[in-house]
Design a protein around this ligand. Structure first.
Ligand code: SAH
Ligand code: SF4
Length: 362
């Protein structure tokens, strides 16, 4: 593991690093190495995630000496809040956080998404910027800075929960960045979110969204990772998809589809294909091509309307959207339509842009 502050590889406690980078087993080793009991690790997880404290000093069942030791060796909070915006339309909240080396990342809390199960969703970022270059996406405009550490991914949840007093029960990796270009840290953070002595978020309530990194999707299925998977398709014609989502060049969707054809039926994952509706990708032929893709059972198509941004695409009108939905329904394609939240604070998918333009350290 590389420490973002020192650039050195290390194990827990070797230099002052992010304590939230570590699993419970890794911290058990650490506690044993300093002559403490193994169970301290679970206690620490309870303080960090369940009670979500913001200082080692508050860990009152640890001795003063142990607290000082942790304080000397570790950083508890790797992000600082820079800006918080609340939507006047639907209460969606957007948070701009600054990393310790000066990058800005965003997270969004969606409080009332109209679902029956009282979902409280936090949309989190996996990278500072994104290298994938999708033409319709605001994050793409800032280019790629670096992968987020596991601690920086988890800290978004800690801070959103602490700032809002909302205990979210749903997490989507749909903020800034391509989660599968940061596979290790993203999966490690998802595993930690699921611990019963931490956030205890159910594996079925954690969704990782990818633009389609075939090798990583295959690894995810082979490793039997239990989380939901969402793949952003957004075009049904390869030539068009290559232009709008350059990832298509190296990882053609057709290859993902045939891999899924072989592996997905046996996997237990829930799979969603995301489709951002633009004026130019919702024709009858698009609907027919989608029908062909959805011959696998248990896959849902999630339709999202293109959000405004600095792209050159046209947003379709309601009538065009309704007619596309009708075509898909007639063809029995299983669809869900995602509402766009926080429009007045640019809090929706693809609108997270890290508006602070100074990305260098200061
Ligand atoms: N990189 C991952 C996850 C982050 S993007 C991915 O691409 O899947 C999350 C979702 O936002 C993706 O489905 C993406 O297609 C969508 N998106 C990007 N720009 C958008 C825009 N302008 N309007 C609506 N959705 C957008
Ligand atoms: Fe990156 Fe996803 Fe945006 Fe494409 S849509 S640029 S993969 S964040």
């Amino acid at each position: 593991m590389i420490n973002v502050l020192t650039g050195r590889s290390h194990s827990p406690g070797m230099s002052r690093d992010f304590i939230k980078n570590y699993t419970v087993a890794e911290l058990e080793e650490f506690f044993l190495s300093i002559g403490e009991k193994r169970y301290r690790s679970r206690q620490l997880f309870n303080w960090m995630y369940e009670r979500n404290i913001d200082s080692f000093d508050l860990m009152t069942d640890f001795s003063k000496e142990l607290r000082r030791n942790l304080q000397e060796k570790f950083i508890l909070m790797p992000l600082v809040l820079s800006e918080r915006l609340i939507s006047g339309i639907d209460g969606t909240e957007k948070f701009l956080f600054k990393t310790m080396d000066g990058h800005y990342i965003e997270s969004v809390l969606i409080k009332n998404d109209g679902s029956d199960d009282g979902r409280l969703t936090v949309c989190i970022s996996s990278q500072a910027g994104c290298a994938m270059g999708c033409l319709f996406c605001e994050t793409a405009k800032q280019g790629f800075h670096r992968n987020l550490e596991t601690a920086e991914i988890l800290e978004q949840l800690c801070q959103v929960r602490r700032l809002t007093c909302v205990r979210n029960n749903n997490v989507v990796f749909m903020g800034m960045g391509e989660p599968f270009m940061n596979y290790e840290n993203v999966l490690k953070s998802a595993d930690i979110m699921n611990y019963s002595f931490g956030f205890h978020i159910s594996v079925r309530k954690i969704t990782i969204s990818t633009s389609g990194i075939t090798s990583a999707i295959e690894r995810f299925i082979d490793e039997k990772r239990p989380y939901n998977l969402a793949i952003s398709l957004n075009d049904t014609e390869p030539e068009k998809r290559i232009k709008n989502m350059p990832v298509e060049k190296k990882f053609p969707f057709q290859r993902i589809a045939s891999m899924l054809g072989k592996k997905f039926p046996a996997s237990r994952n829930r799979l969603t294909i995301e489709y951002v509706m633009r004026k130019d990708n919702i024709s009858e032929n698009d609907a027919k091509r989608l029908k062909n893709i959805f011959r696998y059972s248990r896959i849902k198509l999630n339709l999202i309307t293109l959000n405004t941004g600095s792209h050159n695409f046209e947003i379709p009108g309601q009538e065009e959207i309704d007619s596309f939905i009708r075509m898909l329904e007639i063809m029995n394609v299983p669809i869900t339509v995602r509402n766009s939240f926080g429009q007045d604070i640019s809090g929706a998918c693809g609108q997270l842009s890290g508006r602070m333009k100074n990305y260098s350290s200061d």
